[in-house]
Design a protein around this ligand. Structure first.
Ligand SMILES: Cc1cc2nc3c(=O)[nH]c(=O)nc-3n(C[C@H](O)[C@H](O)[C@H](O)COP(=O)(O)OP(=O)(O)OC[C@H]3O[C@@H](n4cnc5c(N)ncnc54)[C@H](O)[C@@H]3O)c2cc1C
Length: 285
């Protein structure tokens, strides 16, 4: 389908983009366009004006920040894959990004677009939850920071207000010696996750001292799972991992659709979580 008509402006600065959003007329940010433009073509979204931020160099890139990293909102998946800093400090981000979409999607799709769109089957939100990222938001009214754990509110719903823009993402350092893993079963055509798990596990003298596992693709929103708390204080014995994985889907209303039934996804999620924990444990030192 052809989208409804709309105006287009290319922002030359963040301030420019924020001014456009402040008009309160339904103006939407356009970044890589891989989610917004299909929605407009299906007329699921009909914004009267798009403000294109994809050229804003000030929002693009991965840099060191207080022993962690800062990732600008217009950083593309390709930039993530090319970042030596991320490969060294946050291999979880790179491992996840490798499974996203196809070449075109990875070349144009942005971190800000993925997180703001909050598709319940997208990959990066789970990584941000497991890494305890913080998102910096800005509007003409001011700035605020929101932890990933408070940002994703539901399917395609986030803490962003209509006049707010995601500026960058801060990743704090992972615990010393932590092992991480992203394991997903992708829907073959798009690469979206039928179930995906992002895992960060640290050990102190062979005992698990930190475990964070976030799940995507199975319910209405990516979420941290509570059942993996029981790993802390154990040596990560197979039966403990099995129990944590089995409990990972408790309390989640599992999605069933043309790609996978709810029953299949439920089973898949427990297998994915178990494998992700095992992998992260093997990588922890
Ligand atoms: C064929 C195909 C396969 C895909 N496969 C995967 C996959 O395997 N895994 C996956 O996770 N995703 C997948 N995607 C989605 C892809 O990652 C999207 O591009 C991404 O989710 C959105 O990023 P974008 O830069 O294209 O955002 P856009 O489409 O430009 O914007 C998306 C939404 O975010 C808003 N927005 C963008 N930037 C900001 C900002 N800085 N602040 C506030 N709001 C903002 C826009 O207004 C819009 O509402 C796929 C997409 C396609 C088309």
């Amino acid at each position: 389908m052809i989208p409804a008509s709309f105006d287009y402006v290319r922002a030359v600065s963040v301030r420019d983009a924020l001014n456009a959003l402040a008009a309160g007329d339904g103006t939407k940010i356009l970044a890589g366009g891989h989610s917004l433009l299909p929605m407009m073509r299906f007329r699921l979204a009909q914004p009267p004006r798009l403000v294109d931020v994809s050229d804003l160099a000030e929002l693009r890139g991965v840099v060191e920040h207080r022993r962690g990293v800062r990732i600008g909102a217009t950083t593309t998946y390709r930039d993530l894959l090319d970042s030596a800093l991320l490969r060294e400090r946050f291999p979880l981000v790179v491992e996840c990004t490798e499974s996203i979409g196809d070449l075109q999607v990875r070349n144009r799709g942005t971190v800000g677009g993925s997180l703001a769109h909050a598709d319940p089957a997208s990959d990066l939100p789970a990584v941000m939850l497991a890494l305890d990222a913080t998102f910096n938001l800005r509007s003409k009214r001011g700035k605020r920071s929101v932890r990933a754990r408070e940002f994703f509110l539901g399917p395609f719903a986030t803490a962003l207000a209509e006049d707010e823009m995601l500026i960058d993402v801060l990743l704090p350092p992972t615990p010393r010696g932590a092992g991480t893993a992203y394991v997903s079963q992708d829907q073959a055509a798009s690469g979206y996750s039928l179930a995906g798990a992002a895992t960060v596990i640290a050990r102190t003298r062979k005992t698990v001292s930190h475990a964070a596992v976030a799940l995507t693709g199975v319910g209405d929103v990516s979420r941290l799972i509570g059942s993996t708390d029981q790993l802390v204080g154990t040596k990560g014995e197979p039966e403990v991992i099995g129990r944590a994985a089995a409990g990972s889907v408790e309390g989640i209303e599992i999605t069933g659709d043309i790609h996978a039934s709810a029953e299949y996804r439920r089973h898949l999620a427990t297998v994915i979580v178990r494998r992700a924990i095992q992998k992260a444990l093997e990588r922890a030192h």
